[in-house]
Design a binder for this molecule. Structure first.
Ligand code: COA
Length: 154
């Protein structure tokens, strides 16, 4: 298993990016200025995208695991990788997601805590209604974790 940084042609992984964020022009708002990584385990299984939001805040903008590889720990491994890679340069890791049972419990299991809500984010920014688990997404729920050095680390 290896996690590698993608420096060029990030759109090569568009089908994975669209799994987490289904409107391409919304992905275009962050992809070029972002750092992107793919997790390869006998083929690319997952990707994640992070951006510098200023003031010591790193934001996880996109995280997706191939449908046939979900539930095997790849999503959690990418989050741990991001924590370890960026903890020296950022104070907080945040993620915004829909109010959905497909994602909120996952982020909470990975150590994020709910922070705040941006009302009507999905209805105001996307050109069509977004549904997850049969429910229309309306508000963006933000979750955060502190990126402090763990005890015992140099
Ligand atoms: C959400 C997603 C990133 C999770 O990645 P994953 O590799 O499937 O999740 P993991 O196997 O790493 O799961 C880590 C933990 O979260 C739990 N978990 C994952 N999804 C869950 C869910 N919907 N409800 C409850 N727990 C969940 C797992 O059971 C596991 O807990 P455990 O270690 O106690 O068993 C992945 O399923 C995905 O890509 N979904 C589609 C795209 C998407 O919605 N992306 C997020 C929007 S930005």
């Amino acid at each position: 298993m290896e996690i590698r940084k993608i420096e060029a042609d990030k759109k090569k992984y568009l089908s994975l990016l669209l799994l987490a964020d289904e409107q391409e022009d919304m992905i275009d708002r962050y992809l070029e200025r972002a750092d992107m990584y793919v997790l390869d385990d006998g083929g690319v299984r997952a990707e994640c995208v992070v951006t510098d939001e200023g003031d010591g805040i790193l934001e996880l903008k996109n995280l997706a695991v191939c449908p046939d590889s979900q539930g095997k720990g790849y999503g959690r491994q990418l989050i741990r990788f991001v924590e370890d890679t960026y903890r020296d340069r950022f104070r907080v890791l945040q993620v915004g997601t829909g109010d959905s049972p497909a994602t909120l419990p996952f982020y909470e299991k990975c150590g994020f805590h709910r922070s705040h809500v941006v009302r009507n984010f999905f209805t105001e920014n996307y050109d069509h209604p977004i549904y997850e688990c049969g429910k229309q997404l309306v508000d963006m729920v933000y979750l955060k974790m502190e990126l402090e050095r763990r005890k015992g680390e140099a």
